[in-house]
Design a protein around this ligand. Structure first.
Ligand code: ADP
Length: 456
């Protein structure tokens, strides 16, 4: 299977194209490894994970280079992602030591009630291309910390970062079979992972369409599921907010990975009274972005992942224009380079435009003007999704009112940077099931075992 550089189109590597047979072999191997891995002590697992963490950090520069070549993001962002990915490994190395049970009060004196926690078993993970390292460590680290074993299918576009992390896992002493990485055909591998009854849990990050398909496939033997799916994040700027600060945070949240993140602000709602200064400052900031190849140190925004991604941004812009929107800057791909798309701002976007109703996953900021708090809450919630939301206001009462009403798993208040290993990442509504990171991130890989002891 060829792996290309989205910036140049050059084929940079070939990886094995595996299918159902190899996936089932890996699952059997993972089941074998589980018999001994689940019996290791939490401190042994923590020690090995810390070794992996250190090796990832030591290899930061080369991992970032690999990632930038296969995914396109600028080197500084790739390097930051490696640190972020490593932070999950350290976090869950420590959480391994904090898995605890409970002794419950009993309704009578004849019984003693105890709850312990046991690893779920063999797990499978399917990950996307937008964060080729972090989406893997977020799943693998809590799985391994809890005593589970895992088979991972990285996205076809970005298998190299995954394989490099796997090699470092070997060097860290993670035993054979505990972590395996399968590259190849998505439908065949995903089909085998979901059909095989040895697999007790699937963790998936990707589109809602595929997440819901995998959920159906997992229904036969009722596998546990964690799903991190699509978002449609509103970014709300109230006139009681700091406009300059809101612009600075929007730049970080929106243009990271050229807008290809599931928590990227997809709809920007600006209160009418601050529209002028906000728009002026935003156009100014966007015009300073430097679109280019990820390996060029001057680049601040890289290419999109592929032609389909470019076409989606083009279609969203064209659709908004037919509904009356105006391009304030950008608006097109660079003729000379395949997947390079100019950072774009659209003004006067209709609330029923495609770019408001669907995730664009590209460097597009659609501006929608609103009058009242009530109006913007209704607009923000008018979506099947509920992953992230952002709001800017210095009025604490307003913040509290809006936070209470917004249907979203995560809310940034006066900040555009919300992800961290110690925080619960995940969504409500069609944005998914479960959370990654925080203490709850390891709970997702543990089953409770309630024991009721009777006295004779
Ligand atoms: P994106 O649009 O971001 O590529 P996808 O949901 O299509 O989102 O992809 C996320 C992950 O799901 C990738 O690893 C991809 O290979 C995988 N995938 C896509 N289709 C299937 C499928 N039918 N079964 C299992 N995995 C799939």
């Amino acid at each position: 299977m060829a792996v290309d550089n989205p910036s140049t189109g050059e084929i940079i590597a070939r990886v094995p194209s595996m299918g159902a047979e190899e996936t089932n072999k890996a699952i059997e191997h993972a089941a074998q490894a589980f018999t001994s891995w689940r019996k290791t002590s939490p401190s042994e697992r923590a020690y090995i994970l810390r070794q992996w963490y250190q090796l990832i950090l030591n290899a930061k520069a080369s991992l970032a280079h690999i990632m930038s070549c296969e995914q396109g993001k600028p080197l500084t962002e790739a390097s930051a992602e490696i640190e972020y990915a490593a932070s999950y490994v350290l976090w869950f190395a420590e959480e391994a030591m904090r898995v605890q049970g409970e002794v419950l009060s009993s309704a009578n004196n004849q019984q003693r009630l105890i709850v312990t926690r046991a690893p779920v078993g063999v797990c499978a993970a399917i990950t996307p291309w937008n964060f080729p390292a972090a989406m893997i460590t977020r799943k693998v680290a809590p799985a391994l910390a809890s005593g589970c074993t895992m088979v991972v299918k990285p996205a076809q576009q970005t298998p190299l970062t995954a394989l490099a992390l796997g090699e470092l896992a070997n060097q860290a002493g993670i035993p054979p079979g505990v972590l395996q990485i399968i590259t190849g055909e998505a439908t065949a591998i995903g089909g085998a992972m979901t059909a095989n009854s040895i697999v007790k849990k699937l963790s998936f990050t990707g589109s809602t369409k595929i997440g819901s398909l995998l959920m159906r496939q997992c229904a036969n033997d009722v596998k546990k599921l964690s799903l991190e799916l699509g978002g449609n994040a509103p970014f709300i700027v109230f006139d009681k907010g700091d406009v300059a600060h809101a612009v600075a945070e929007l730049m970080k949240a929106k243009f990271r990975n050229a807008g290809q993140t599931c928590i990227s602000p997809n709809r920007v709602y600006v209160q009418k009274t601050v529209k002028e200064p906000f728009t002026r400052a935003l156009v100014d900031a966007v015009s300073k972005l430097k679109l280019g190849d990820g390996l060029d140190p001057k680049t601040t925004i890289g290419p999109l992942i592929d032609e389909a991604a470019v076409q989606k941004v083009e279609a969203h812009i064209a659709n908004a224009q037919t509904l009356g929107a105006r391009v304030l800057c950008g608006g097109k791909r660079l003729e000379s380079q395949r997947n390079w798309f100019e950072p774009t701002i659209l003004d006067g976007v209709a609330t029923n435009a495609q770019c408001i109703e669907e995730e664009t996953f590209g460097p597009l900021v659609p501006l929608v003007i609103f009058d009242t708090e009530e109006e913007v809450i209704a607009l923000a919630n008018n979506t099947p999704f509920g992953l992230a939301a952002y709001l800017f206001s210095d009025d604490i009462h307003q913040v509290e009112r809006v936070v209470n009403e917004i249907e979203s798993g995560m809310i940034g208040i006066n900040t555009g940077v919300i992800s961290a290993a110690n925080a619960p990442f995940g969504g409500v509504k069609a944005s998914g099931l479960g959370r990654e990171g925080a203490h709850i991130g390891i709970e997702e890989y543990l089953e409770m075992k309630y024991q009721c002891y009777g006295h004779k």
